[in-house]
Design a protein. Sequence first.
Length: 280
Amino acid sequence: MTRYILTLKCPDAPGIVNQITGALLDVEGNIAESAQFGDPETNTFTLRIVFDSPAQAAEVDAALEPVAAVLSGVLTVRPAKQRRKALIMVSTYDHCLLDLLFRHRNGELDVDIPLILSNHTDCAHLAERYDVPFEHVPVTPETKAAAEETLLERVDHHGIDFVVLARYMQVLSPDVCAALEGRIINIHHSFLPGFKGARPYHQAHARGVKLIGATAHYVTTDLDEGPIIEQDVARVSHAHSVEDMVSIGRDVERMVLSRAVRHHAEDRVILLGPKTVVFS
């Protein structure tokens, strides 16, 4: 018996679930989890099903492909044991990388991590500690294009499913964003008002911010404005120093990024244009 994860996105219409479950019945599929959402604004139906079947993957695909064609939908199905591969990129801040590596080692993140890429060497010791290959790819205005070519080569070579920017402090080019659309996850702070540029926590402290937050989202050519996967906040007050805010902010960033990575790795996120459906 094999456990599979199925996702579907298609135009909304009556009878979609019946058609999918009927195809699963043909391969003796037994549903363990099911979640669905119909978006009235886009008339789009989304579905995620976890099911068990004695059938081989090719048989399952053969049963489902005709249904997907009839529904004019995008359907994915994979064995649950076929883990997603994540390439992590990092600069000098190590808190998000360390959290991901710790959770990965403890079995909390159901992913494989074939490689860590960095434009600095500060985090190489963490990669060594957790026995993950580390590659230093310096980025300057003169070498940026070559560095991004290296990234795409590594993605192809390792069969990477998605890229995680664990505080990677470089803006990716439109070409990379297009090549990996819906496959790059970024984390950044979230404040009101929005503080951009250097030292955001210092700016927040100076303005008396009462909430510190973080947002994980897919990367697009619009900086920090891609479809949101996960968010969270923590309360602060006038009594918190800048150092306190930085520490609290890092905690929130760690939690939000790890949840976003887990959601994506488990096929719980479905893109709907500029927004997402995230099945719990």
